[in-house]
Ligand binder design. Structure first.
Ligand code: GLC
Length: 436
């Protein structure tokens, strides 16, 4: 364990580094002056620059959204601050800056697992007043992400896109979509090496949040649960053990990369678009990326299916991102205008087409251009799959609970403990940490 002194020092250094980058970078290349961020545009109107922080997006979608916003809002300039893709690293960067009361970022994206923590820490502005004033109807949105953004009766963020874990497969290699995890194992062994592939399956098995998502899927597919509807920790069950065992078996198989415990989304999606595997578990953006001729060697060779079934069926983890306003933003009005655009139908449409992200506004699934770009969004059952996706525990200290899961599952993958021991440890440790 780090000493309190060391971790304080690390926090301070991180904050300084963060603020320094904040001062120096201006990725849209316009309009921040030396003293502040207000400048006159050509018509003499005051121009405000706001900073939007979001994880690096391999599709370039945020730039397109910003471009469209700036066209219709000539008095607002948006500077895009690219953050780490790893949600945990991104989380820590925000917490460091926001905890220090920094006003550097105006709008930032928020993983669906953060609102309780950020609301309780008082980092973000409640959006209810803006929503009311602009007559936004929250019923136009999927209710899952809306409830993820709600804490203590207030709305702290607006949904940008919704994620659910899915199986992507190569249509030139796979003849029959595997129905169960055991089918997947059989096929992954057989297909490894075909059409130049090096592996049979790709997943995210590094010790980080993505591993929690993969674990949630295996646990639920075999009938287990982490926390039940009554808020009780129930992970210590035979079903969860079965799920963890299957995850461990796959992560230790010789059809996944032998350094799979270093794989997050970028490592896995890169290997997939380079044509190295017939299967990958990933989020919906994988489809757009696999069909991007500038980056992918497998254009038009990918299809999507639900994740394979365990004894209790197929289960997808619920993920997704929201957008929130820094409590200390000096430009809350402009920040809201931008947030409203990004999370509204126009912003989400660009993100669905370019970024392959699944909209949180059900009506957008009727949009022909969106469906043309992502035909599986139109598949019968895709909406239901999103609605049925399994949430991770909701708690203001979710990060601590996640860490317990990450550590125990990683130890089980490494063979340091058995699946039985992993669920026993998770049960005791989560029970001790859960803030209800
Ligand atoms: C995706 C999901 C997010 C999840 C993360 C894990 O970005 O949208 O909810 O926490 O993956 O890596």
């Amino acid at each position: 364990m780090k000493s309190i002194k060391t971790s304080k020092l690390v926090m301070v250094i991180l904050t300084l580094l963060f603020l320094l980058t904040a001062c120096n970078s201006n990725s849209t290349g316009t309009s921040t002056d030396e003293e502040g961020n207000k400048k006159e545009d050509s018509e003499g109107q005051e121009k405000v620059t706001i900073v939007y922080a979001a994880g690096k997006d391999p599709t370039g979608s945020p730039h397109k959204q910003i471009e469209a916003f700036e066209k219709t809002h000539p008095n607002i300039n948006v500077e895009y601050r690219e953050m780490p893709t790893d949600t945990g690293a991104q989380h820590d960067a925000y917490v460091t800056a926001l905890n220090a009361g920094s006003s550097e970022i105006d709008v930032f994206e928020m993983d669906v697992i953060w609102p309780a923590e950020f609301a309780q820490a008082n980092y973000v502005l409640p959006l209810d007043r803006f929503i009311q004033q602009d007559g936004i109807n929250l019923e136009d949105y999927n209710q899952g992400p809306i409830s993820a953004a709600t804490f203590n009766g207030k709305l702290w963020a607006m949904p940008k896109f919704i994620d659910a874990g899915m199986l992507f497969y190569r249509t030139d290699i796979v003849e029959e979509v595997p129905e169960t995890w055991d089918d997947l194992i059989t096929q992954a062994k057989e297909l490894k090496g075909q059409e130049g592939t090096k592996f049979g399956y790709l997943m995210q098995a590094k010790q980080y949040e993505g591993l929690v998502c993969n674990a949630v899927e295996f646990i639920a597919a075999y009938g287990g649960e982490i926390i039940n509807d009554n808020g009780e920790v129930v992970i210590n069950s035979e079903d969860s053990i079965q799920g963890i065992k299957k995850l461990v078996e796959i992560a230790n198989s010789d059809f996944v990369p032998n350094n799979i415990i270093t794989f997050t989304e970028p490592e896995s999606h890169t290997s997939f678009i380079e044509g190295q595997s017939p299967f990958i578990r990933n989020w919906p953006y994988q489809y757009a990326l696999a069909n991007d001729p500038e980056q992918s060697e497998i254009v038009d060779k990918v299809q999507v299916a639900p994740l394979p079934e365990g004894d209790a069926g197929s289960a997808a983890a619920l993920g997704g991102w929201l957008a929130a306003i820094n409590k200390h933003s000096e430009h809350p009005i402009e920040a809201w205008e931008f947030l409203k655009f990004m999370t509204g139908p126009e912003g989400q449409k660009i993100d669905a087409i370019i970024g392959g992200h699944a909209p949180t506004i059900p009506a957008l699934y009727e949009d022909e251009e969106i469906i043309e770009a992502n035909p599986f969004f139109g598949n019968e059952g895709f909406q239901e799959a999103l609605n049925a996706a399994v949430s991770r525990p909701v708690a203001p200290n979710y990060a601590e609970i996640s860490e317990i899961i990450q550590i125990q599952v990683s130890k089980a993958i490494a063979g340091d403990i058995t699946a039985d021991e992993a669920v026993e440890n998770m049960q005791t440790e989560i029970e001790a940490k859960l803030v209800k």
